[in-house]
Design a binder for this molecule. Structure first.
Ligand code: CO8
Length: 266
């Protein structure tokens, strides 16, 4: 699949790996990367909505030994006016929405710098697995701006307002061990184990009921926006609705028959 200038795509079993590839700028996000990410994510969403569940997890990573994404591209932002900045940030947020709406988990495999828009892109994934060499930060204040792709919001929700504030106002970078300590990342692994670890997680997901995985993701994301009673109600409704699926019958029957379930996403 070579229809992209700044993305590499590889399928590893049930995992689709999207690698951002702008090595000369440490994979910084310019409008082309954002547009290509949108296209690639949209195509995957359409494939699944069309009934093809061969891909059960998306892994986003950086095709560079020392960088996931070193932020939005400063050269392409330098001369933007207010309207252009609004448009750029909105396009970034649209990518975040698309990732949240995919019916499969999205894992950020952070292999090096995840700064500014790079940290924000990782946060827009469902969770982050980091290499020991990963470094996270929101250095926008050094450039006279603030995060524009969810850094002030998703980061606060992930690690708490006080820690997010410290990162956003100092522009300081933290290493993977500190990111793990504050709950920004789920796991830290050796750099050479990063993609295998993420593909292994997708391999586990691939054995589960696809519709159940889709609903678990949806309910967790939607519930996070709501007061607890309303969020619990969404859970109850989704739990009950799954009893109308063949996957529920198959999953429970397989358990009782002491065999592996064969899910059909129906
Ligand atoms: N934009 C453009 N080019 C970059 C960027 C970037 N963010 N980061 C690195 N590069 C380029 C460098 O200019 C350099 O290019 P060249 O070789 O032509 O001089 C090349 O990549 C290699 O970089 P360095 O030589 O600087 O490498 P170092 O290892 O010395 O340093 C750092 C690595 C620490 C990552 C350093 O490059 C750096 O500080 N980069 C900028 C990080 C930053 O400030 N990021 C935040 C940008 S603002 C932002 O992300 C706002 C998001 C808003 C919304 C987005 C919506 C999509």
């Amino acid at each position: 699949m070579s229809q992209f200038e700044t993305l590499k795509i590889e399928d590893r079993g049930p995992a689709r790996i999207l690698s951002i590839s702008r090595p000369k700028a440490l994979n910084a996000l310019n409008p082309t990367v954002i547009a290509e990410l949108s296209r690639a994510i949209e195509a995957l969403g359409q494939q699944i909505e069309g009934g093809d569940w061969s891909i059960r997890g998306l892994i986003l990573t950086g095709d560079h030994p020392k960088s996931f994404v070193a932020g939005a591209d400063i050269a392409s932002m330098a001369d933007m006016d207010k309207d252009q900045a609004m448009e750029f940030a909105s396009q970034g947020h649209a990518v975040g929405e698309m990732l949240a709406n995919l019916p499969i988990p999205v894992i950020a495999a952070v292999n090096g710098f995840a700064l500014g828009g790079g940290c924000e892109l990782a946060l827009a994934c469902d969770f982050i697995i980091a290499s020991e060499k990963a470094k996270f930060g929101q250095p926008e204040v050094k450039l006279g701006v603030i995060p524009g792709f969810g850094g002030t919001q998703r980061l606060s929700r992930r690690v708490g307002a006080a820690r997010a504030l410290e990162l956003c106002v100092t522009g300081d970078m933290i290493r993977a061990d500190e990111a793990l300590r504050i709950g920004l990342v789920n796991r830290v692994v050796a750099p050479e184990a990063l993609l295998d670890t993420c593909a292994g997680i997708v391999g586990m997901v691939a054995k589960m009921g696809p519709l159940a995985v889709k609903e678990a993701k949806r309910v967790i994301h939607q519930g996070a926006e709501l007061p607890l009673p309303a969020a619990n109600q969404i859970e109850v409704e989704a739990f009950a609705a799954l009893f109308d699926t063949q996957d529920q019958s198959e999953g429970m029957r397989a358990f009782l028959d002491k065999r592996e379930a064969e899910f059909s996403a129906k």
